[in-house]
Design a protein around this ligand. Sequence first.
Ligand SMILES: [Ca+2]
Length: 102
Amino acid sequence: MPTSAEFPGIGMPSFEASSSMEGLGPVEMESPTQDLVVDGILDTFVTTGPDAMSVWTDTDLDGYADRLSVVENDGDYSAWEYHRNPDGSGEWRQTDQGKVGE
Ligand SMILES: [Ca+2]
């Protein structure tokens, strides 16, 4: 289950590579710290939990994350993208999953 309890100061959910993103809506970017797209604008922030690291990126700079990569300490990883539906709703879809180094 996604939980933010482990990061009370950040307020962002933490995931493992096997987590389901079902039901998770738009994720607002709080305090980006990294420039992953390398355009001089901070678009990414990283949350780390006991078992996994989550990398959130806002590629279109609308204030909401559209990409998420989760890498577990044992190398399992998964990647997700947020898709908006015509009716205004949206959902996270998994785009990749595997193990680092394999
Ligand atoms: Ca965005």
